[in-house]
Design a binder for this molecule. Structure first.
Ligand SMILES: Nc1ncnc2c1ncn2[C@@H]1O[C@H](COP(=O)(O)OP(=O)(O)OP(=O)(O)O)[C@@H](O)[C@H]1O
Ligand SMILES: [Mg+2]
Length: 386
């Protein structure tokens, strides 16, 4: 294979200068332009990791002062995600297995490097996919966190409004008293000014949260698939089987970012609930609203065979900050999801069983075809303003 002029930042852990030279020749012949460093101790590895970014590590298995397993350990503890290939003089089956267990991507013999270039290409590609996925996940998390904060700010602002008005009225009544001395009058003026400041902040928080809407045509099947792609590594590492039963594409008019947030919350909850080897079923079907058969829309269900939700928890589930996940959960996912679904004129239902042999949970979300059509938008605005 020839990769003309392809840059490769290679860290080579190798005690033999000759072997390292051979490796460099092999890669140069394959068309790589190398930025290269050879190291042979843990201290050198630490400074190489601290000073530069590497695309690939190629390491001998055992050296007089270091080993591939020790290097892999160090990489794991430092959290550096870089493909690691073992190239050794002699490698038995046991050592190969040990290397792969410790996190090596591949192992090759020094006297047969024909597989090296394809292995490098494959690992570079996978590592670039991993990086992109991480970035996308990070960006989405930040956006979701901001949306959460915005909503929280709005709820707090909304709650502050009533007592604020009451205090303003009391101050007004106080100011009307004829027997007020000038000093008290001055205190009331200061309190009035400060209250006006709080009212301004509250108004700003409320407008901020309402400013980001944008209704577009949204395909729910695409959103579910995007969410699955994003959380793919989490699903795979838990060996969770996800079944998709899409009876229709699920086209509706909605605020895309918000709808995505609902389903990522529900899917992550389901994956969390099933643990290793569990199953999650996602279904999309055409539907009519519960209790109003004239209203057409789409139903999405997220079902899992996890441990279920204990009856005593069901009442609190949609309350903010209710979580059973300790430090790992904020307890905001379901609260936000329900708020978004209601804003879209839809509803969310829950069925759960905790019996050991047949435990599991189903969340069903009904979303109307077009919650923001004129006839409905008045109700939505009224609800949002209340
Ligand atoms: N599919 C499910 N199976 C079992 N329990 C669930 C399921 N979905 C939610 N729960 C329970 O409901 C609680 C609240 O869920 P919610 O999504 O609101 O918060 P969270 O997942 O704990 O934290 P986060 O804010 O990060 O989403 C969870 O802690 C969990 O106990
Ligand atoms: Mg959650």
């Amino acid at each position: 294979m020839n990769i003309p002029g392809k840059e490769l930042r290679l860290l080579n852990i190798e005690d033999s200068e000759d072997d390292s030279l051979l490796l460099r020749h092999h890669l140069a012949r394959a068309g790589y332009r190398l930025t290269f460093e050879r190291i042979e101790t843990l201290e050198q590895l630490e400074s190489a990791l601290g000073e530069k970014t590497w695309d690939l590590v190629i390491s001998d298995y055992v050296m007089p002062r270091f080993s591939a397993l020790a290097a892999l350990n160090r990489l794991k503890t430092s959290g550096v995600d870089v493909p690691f290939i073992v190239v050794s003089g002699a490698i038995g089956e046991d050592t190969a297995v040990a290397a792969m267990r410790a996190g090596a991507c591949d192992y090759l013999m020094k006297d047969n490097l024909t597989r090296l270039v394809p292995a490098i290409e494959r690992e570079l590609l996978e590592s670039s996919h991993r990086r992109q996925r991480k970035q996308a996940e990070q960006a989405l998390r930040t956006a979701e966190r901001l949306a959460t904060l915005g909503r929280l700010a709005a709820v707090i602002a909304h709650e502050i409004n009533n007592p604020l008005e009451a205090v303003t009225n009391v101050l007004y009544l106080l100011r009307q008293r004829p027997d007020l001395d000038p000093e008290s009058r001055d205190y009331i003026r200061i309190a009035d000014e400060e209250l006006a400041r709080v009212a301004r902040i509250v108004r700003q928080a409320l407008t901020f949260n309402r400013g980001h809407s944008g209704v577009t045509s949204v395909r729910l099947s695409t959103i579910l698939q995007n969410v699955l792609e994003l959380y793919g590594p989490r699903v795979q590492s838990g060996n969770v089987v996800v079944e998709q039963q899409f009876e229709c594409p699920g086209d509706i008019f909605a605020i895309e970012g918000e709808v995505r947030q609902v389903f990522s919350n529900l899917i992550v909850n389901a994956v969390d609930a099933v643990g290793q080897g569990g199953k999650v079923v996602l279904r999309i079907s055409p539907a009519r609203e519960w209790g109003n058969s004239r209203r057409k829309g789409v139903r999405v269900t997220v079902a899992d065979n996890g441990s279920g939700i204990r009856p005593e928890h069901r009442k609190e589930l949609f309350e903010p900050f209710f979580t059973t996940k300790g430090n790992k959960g904020n307890g905001l996912g379901l609260w936000i999801s329900r708020e978004i679904v209601q804003r879209h004129g839809g509803s969310i239902r829950l069925h759960s069983r905790t019996a050991p042999e047949s435990s599991g949970t189903v969340f069903s979300v009904f979303l109307p075809e077009n919650a923001f059509a004129k006839s409905h938008s008045k109700a939505v605005t009224a609800r949002a303003a209340s």
